[in-house]
Design a protein around this ligand. Structure first.
Ligand SMILES: [Ca+2]
Length: 353
């Protein structure tokens, strides 16, 4: 519980301390990942937060560390600021929503790869840190990289911050059992991506985006671009609710061209037995599949969860990943649209439905 609590309106700042406090001073608006790192380093004792673009993410973080009474006070403050046209400074009446935080258990954002800033272009930085629990993803296969491999982007719309994977051996190891453990018991899972491909391996079914082991090296959660025949450029979502399931899949109806940024949402609903995909906020028709468990039932993984896939086959993605968010529930259509809108201005020519 906090022993004191202060709010300043300009700039919008929240400051509190626990009875064990050794207060932390942050002198400028910081990303939520940076704040989290400070909390970890200081035994989560105290922190002031200057709120900027990550206001809703900040609320989610505060919920983890503060009392319900404090949250009520904070909500009232936000409401007052909103009625005055925004009090965060610098944004100037910005109404762009932030990404949905409820149920968000894992988040990779190239723009703040470790919660602070974009790394130097290239491959000197070989980690990508989850912004929820500070889990470290390890970039593997990146060597001597440049425009076709490694960190790229200026943050301009035509050149968004992103990790480029070469399709040959580039991957991000997320750790064995990392995501599956977080999702165990969930009746649904949603995975949110900003992604594009450069080339597809001709005739190949799997040009993989993400792989999560449900047991051993068996895929529990999986999304790939197809490269085969008439399905080339379409997305495929597949998975297992538990180790005894067959590999159940749905291929999307839409086909995407090389170089096209997509806000991609994959939905695994174990409770209803459905898989679905959404692009730029537009949901396809869900496919019924034969999940045998109503919740995601994690076994003992022996292969690392990863961005792209390299275990039993080399199903590498040749393309770019700018953002990944993983939820332990099904997002509503409105929430999917919100996530699209929140980051669309980073990418060229996007309209969110
Ligand atoms: Ca490489």
């Amino acid at each position: 519980m906090p022993s004191y609590f202060q709010i300043y309106r300009r700039p919008l700042t929240i400051l509190f301390s626990t009875r064990h406090s050794a207060p932390i001073r942050l002198t400028a608006p910081r990303s939520i990942g940076f704040v989290r790192n400070q909390l970890t380093a200081s035994a989560e004792s105290a922190f002031p937060v200057t709120l900027g673009v990550n206001t809703l993410e900040t609320v989610a973080l505060l919920k983890r560390y503060t009392s319900p009474i404090l949250m009520c006070a904070f909500a009232l403050l936000l409401a007052r600021c909103g009625s005055n046209g925004g009090g965060s400074g610098g944004g100037g009446g910005d109404t762009t929503p932030t990404t949905v935080t409820s149920g968000l258990v894992y988040q990779l954002d190239a723009a703040t790869y470790d919660g602070s800033a974009f790394p130097a272009t290239g491959c000197a930085t070989l980690t990508w840190t989850d912004l929820i629990s500070a889990l470290t993803g390890t970039l593997t296969g990146f060597a001597g990289c440049g425009s076709t491999s490694g960190w790229n982007g200026t943050g301009a719309t035509a050149d968004p911050y992103r990790l480029v994977l070469d399709g040959t051996n580039d991957r991000v190891d997320l750790g064995t059992g990392t995501l599956g453990t977080k999702l165990a018991g969930a009746s649904a899972v949603t995975i949110d991506f900003w992604v594009r491909y450069s080339t597809l391996e001709s005739g190949k079914y799997d040009n993989n985006l993400i792989y999560v082991s449900v047991d051993g090296a068996k895929a529990g959660l999986w999304i790939n671009f197809r490269g085969d025949g008439a399905n080339a450029g379409k997305l495929l979502i597949a998975g297992r609710s538990q180790t005894t399931d067959s590999f159940l899949e749905k291929t999307g109806a839409s086909s995407f061209a090389s170089g096209t940024w997509i806000h991609l949402t994959g939905i695994f609903n174990f409770g209803s037995g459905e898989l679905n995909l959404a692009y730029d906020g537009s949901l396809e028709t869900a496919s019924s599949v034969g999940f045998t468990a109503a919740t995601y039932t994690q076994g003992t993984a022996t292969a690392s969860d990863s961005l792209t896939y390299y275990n039993a086959a080399t199903d590498y993605l040749n393309g770019d990943i700018a953002y990944v968010g993983v939820y332990n529930r099904e997002l509503s259509p409105a929430e999917i649209s919100q996530n699209c809108t929140a980051l669309k201005d980073r990418f060229p020519s996007h309209t969110c439905n």
